[in-house]
Design a protein around this ligand. Structure first.
Ligand code: A2P
Length: 305
């Protein structure tokens, strides 16, 4: 059975979940969600930005697992950061997913884009919106009081932003969801979050297409030694660090495999943590240099606290 991570408010988050970013591209998403739930997945990671929540909602509706056994996450898109837009965004998410409540709502990114902008990436600085992150966060705190979300958190927030935010929060973020795999291990950010009782969920645990951690020679040799797949090594390395992992797959065999964790030896954990290659899959500053502060802590005089 999949273990749980206890959030600061006592809510339990299953440590392995199903990622759904781009999962609808092959037209297999609803089937994959149903297959995943049948295999024992209880944590489903969604987002407004993935533009596929109605399909997931349909699969959830058809599943026979009681709602209270599921842990459903979604994320506020950057064009809904203005405080007066936050509650409506949650209502839209709930209606797309056909749910009465979410287990966890995250602020997807620490920057805002203009309300009229769609789900595509911002193409220039003129698409950015000046909404202080604490204004958005206070609207998130108000949602936590409504019972429509069991926990609130953030995603892609660096430690410098969190340090500025935490003293101002009435309800602290329960989770920070960030990219985690051996080429982007986030040793310091994870330690900072865990010290502050902010649970970490790692997205892209398998690196996706661009970051070839599945093909890493050390990962492959550890997998061979355990008679398991490289994906199982990557997911187990993450959960052994106390980090939830949300691998995406629409393939039933791989869905099943990704739930079967293995026990890594301490020296294997250490060796994976020492891999020196650094590569991120997701970085919005590639298109928009104005967003360099998002991932570069030293410049992280976040302009919008
Ligand atoms: P597929 O959906 O065909 O299984 P991440 O979640 O890190 O972004 O990685 C997702 C990518 O990894 C997808 O392309 C997915 O393809 C693939 N994938 C998922 N599980 C496995 C696995 N166990 N072994 C190899 N590739 C996998």
């Amino acid at each position: 059975a999949v273990g749980n991570i206890k959030l600061a408010n006592g809510v339990l988050m299953p440590e392995v979940g199903l990622g759904t970013w781009k999962a609808h591209e092959g037209g297999m998403l609803a089937e994959a969600v149903k297959a995943a739930i049948d295999l024992g997945y209880r944590h489903i990671d969604c987002a407004q930005m993935y533009d596929n929540q109605p399909e997931i909602g349909k699969a959830l509706k058809e599943s026979s697992v009681p709602r209270e056994d599921l842990f459903i996450v979604s994320k506020l898109f950057e064009n809904r950061h203005r405080p007066e837009l936050v509650a409506g965004a949650l209502d839209q998410i709930l209606s797309e997913l056909q749910l009465e409540y979410l287990d966890l709502l995250l602020v997807h990114w620490p920057f805002a884009i203009k309300p009229e902008h769609g789900y595509e990436d911002p193409s220039g600085a003129e698409d950015l919106d000046n909404v202080p992150i604490m204004d958005t966060w206070r609207a998130m705190e108000a949602l936590a009081d409504t019972g429509k979300v069991r926990a609130i958190g953030v995603s892609n927030f660096n430690a410098a932003i969190l340090k500025k935010m935490l003293p101002q929060c009435r309800i602290r973020p329960a989770v920070n969801q960030v990219e985690v795999h051996p080429y982007n291990p986030e040793h310091e950010l994870v330690a900072y979050c865990q010290r502050n009782n902010i649970a970490v969920t790692g997205y892209c645990p398998l690196g996706g297409v661009r970051v070839n951690v599945l093909g890493d020679s050390l990962i492959q040799s550890i997998a061979a030694a355990h008679g398991c797949s490289p994906a199982q090594v990557l997911i187990s390395w993450q959960t052994a660090r106390g980090i939830a992992a949300i691998p995406k797959s629409t393939n039933p065999e791989r869905l099943k495999q990704n739930l079967q964790s293995i026990v890594l030896a301490l020296d294997e954990m250490h060796a994976i943590g020492q891999i020196a290659t650094r590569q991120r899959k997701v970085d919005p500053s590639r298109n928009l240099p104005e967003l360099a502060w998002v991932f570069h802590e030293k410049e992280a005089e976040c302009p919008l606290i």
